[in-house]
Write a protein that binds this ligand. Structure first.
Ligand code: ATP
Length: 253
């Protein structure tokens, strides 16, 4: 069994003649929280799209729990235990909070269930959806249509949908984008709670979120991981300071 949840080995991705990811290497051990930071256009979302199978790599290898996932479709990677959220909320606005979570659980159960198991599956899905509802702090909003939630509540539901299937590797794309300071402080606590014991990889611009959550920070510049270290070492890293224009290292707000 590999001790690494996710590994990128010299990953490259070109769109036409433009090489966007240029030999990225990264090792994310199981159970750790990693943040990916970097200037706009550095390739952070593209890396997420490669890891979750939305794009195929041009060359190199991506491993999930020690096995290559190159060429697999997003749902196949999901079935192997990786789940991702999106920058734009990805929930059904007309369904209630509970129904959104239940759908996410049922989707994750997939077609592995025979008829009799499926009945159990339905019961399991109900229990699991109720559990996630509790975890994301939306019990009071259980039967409200998702479209009527506040923005911060919708982002919390999005996180709930992402973790509902029980994936061990969670990718969150800018989970606090557009939130106020107090909303994002609340989101940090939520993310910490729901990713306890799991592997988290997140793209995030808000440095207080990054420094508040990450065990390690990977800095992506021009499609390469130029540094991957503890928050304290990243803050002191001269190359990272240079990459952030003006020579200022990323600091918490
Ligand atoms: N499907 C695509 N086709 C062509 N170019 C693309 C595609 N997706 C991304 N790019 C280009 O790749 C580069 C990196 O984009 P990406 O969204 O990965 O950066 P990012 O680091 O996530 O940026 P931001 O912080 O602004 O979200 C950009 O120049 C973008 O225009």
């Amino acid at each position: 069994m590999s001790e690494l949840a996710v590994e990128l080995k010299d990953v490259r991705k070109a769109f036409g003649r433009a090489e966007i990811i240029r030999g990225a290497n990264l090792q994310v051990p199981k159970g750790q929280r990693y943040a990916i930071i970097g200037p706009n256009g550095a390739g952070k979302s593209t890396l997420f799209n490669l890891i979750s199978g939305r794009f195929g790599v041009s060359s190199g290898d991506i491993l999930l729990n020690g096995a290559s996932i190159n060429g697999l479709k997003p749902f196949e990677i999901n079935r192997r235990g990786l789940s991702r959220s999106f920058q734009i909320t990805n929930i059904f606005h007309r369904l209630s909070v509970y129904e959104n979570l239940r759908c996410a659980v049922l989707w994750s159960l997939g077609y592995r269930y025979s008829f009799w198991q499926r009945l159990n599956g339905l019961r399991d899905a109900h229990e699991r959806a109720e559990m996630v509802l509790e975890q994301i702090g939306l019990r009071r909003r259980r039967d409200v249509a998702a479209g009527l939630l506040t923005y911060a509540e919708q982002r919390a539901l999005e996180i709930g949908v992402t973790i509902a299937g029980g994936a061990e590797v969670i990718l969150l794309d800018e989970p606090t984008a557009g939130m106020s300071r107090s909303e994002s402080d609340h989101a940090v606590e939520l993310i910490r709670r729901v990713t306890e014991g799991k592997t988290l990889l997140m793209v995030e611009h808000d440095m207080s979120v990054v420094f508040g959550l990450a065990d390690k920070i990977a800095v992506v510049v021009y499609g390469e991981v130029i540094a991957c270290d503890t928050p304290a070492n990243i803050r002191a890293n001269a190359r990272v300071q240079e990459a952030y224009l003006g020579g200022h290292a990323p600091v918490e707000a």
